[in-house]
Design a protein around this ligand. Structure first.
Ligand code: IMP
Ligand code: MG
Length: 169
């Protein structure tokens, strides 16, 4: 398994897109306070950059979920950060929207905790792979049906530290 030479998205492209996303989120939620909830592990790099492009008061938390080995369906939220979801303007931040099962599950679980609003921001979107209907509010980049790595995303736990977005083959 080799890392392809092709860079799907360069560091510069990523930085520019995140600046745009931050501006859009700032203007959409003007006058409000945000609760940013990143889905570990893949989103941690994106969250770190995204929050610094949002000019609103905000708090940050993370959660991690486990996937069932037997099916695509999820089993549980592994851990859950300390802020209260109730009454917040929640922004769920994911690395990649693939089948949509993860985000659909999280949206349902978090909605039950009574946030004022829920928005979804995903760094990447693989629309061809969707199994459940889910509409993200903010998408960094659409990507083709490849296993992408870097900028927080892994293949078997590796490559999260690449500063750009590539793919394995
Ligand atoms: P979904 O529930 O199928 O939407 O799964 C999304 C999760 O699968 C993401 O949070 C990633 O952890 C993982 N994933 C899906 N595609 C890729 C990829 O191309 N590279 C790295 N992780 C991926
Ligand atoms: Mg993930």
């Amino acid at each position: 398994m080799n890392l392809a030479r092709e860079v799907l998205r360069s560091e510069e492209e990523i930085a520019q897109r995140i600046t745009q996303l931050g501006r859009q989120i700032t203007s959409d939620l003007e006058g409000k306070e945000l609760a940013v909830l990143g889905v570990l592990k893949g989103s941690f790099v994106f969250v770190a950059d995204l929050i610094r492009s949002i000019r609103l008061p905000l708090q940050v938390g993370f959660l991690e979920i486990t996937h069932s080995q037997k099916s695509d369906y999820l089993t549980e939220i592994l851990f859950y950060s300390s802020f209260r979801v109730e009454g917040t303007n929640l922004l769920i931040v994911e690395d990649i929207l693939d089948t949509g099962i993860t985000l659909a599950y999280l949206q349902e679980q978090l909605a039950a905790r009574g946030p004022r609003s829920i928005r979804i921001c995903t760094f990447l979107d693989k629309p061809d792979r969707r199994k459940v209907d889910i509409q993200p509010d903010y998408v960094g980049f659409p990507v083709p049906n490849l296993h992408v790595v870097g900028y927080g995303l892994d293949y078997e736990g590796r490559f999260r530290n690449l500063p750009y977005l590539g793919y394995v083959q």
